[in-house]
Design a protein around this ligand. Sequence first.
Ligand code: SF4
Length: 267
Amino acid sequence: MKILFSHSRPRKYQEEFLMDVWEAVSSGKHLLAHAPTGIGKTAAVLGPSLTWALENDGTVFFLTPKISQHQIAVNELERIAKRHKVKFRAADIIGRRYACVDPSLEGMDVDEFYEVCNKRRKNESCPYYAWARGFTPSQRKTARLHLEKLLANYGMVTPAHKLVDMCKAFTYEGERRPLCAYEIMTQIARDSQVIIADYFHLLSSGIRESFLIKTKKTLRDSVIIIDEAHNVPERVRNHLSVSITHLLVKRQRRKLSSWVRSTWKSI
Ligand code: SF4
């Protein structure tokens, strides 16, 4: 078995690690590894996992606690593709808030952003969503043409921040049509063998369900790599904690005042 490895030969101890990963992915087992910095963990886990995915029509999820850590995986995949001349596709995915191309939503806090974004998708009023995925059958047809055009310049993987810029600057038949980058990323993920994303895409049950439906992936046919897993307990705790912010109180006060005014008028 030739494992796709990004360098000419593994370092000391890296080979042992690499073989442990291969043994785990090829026999459907879990592997918990603790290794020092500099041993080449990313190369040791991505190579065998990608080898398995390409042979078994599966998917590798590479989950990180921070967006800044996506680039390490992107670099590793580029090295593997170059060294082995192997063809595959990877999707680098960031949350909606970071991938949004609507300038009017910039600077909003998390709750406010998701409230507005959900409303716009629900009442079918986001033009960027319409161009990227489409609300109606005819919009969906046009959105597929947009995706095809964008993919012509995508390559094996395009880092998320670059893809957001491509989506912002997207034009079709001479007309500027910015595309919702999150919707584009999740569509690219459908035909990708590697998906680089944040922990919460799979560890949060609410997000996981819609994320897997959107990307048409199943956990059964996947290898899940949780990078820097010592961060998981804190991230999960934060995710499950309810917090109240100053902005949230201000917004609710505004809503309540407007409700009182309109109710008062109608009496
Ligand atoms: S659907 Fe996309 S572009 Fe529209 S508001 Fe939401 S994240 Fe932004």
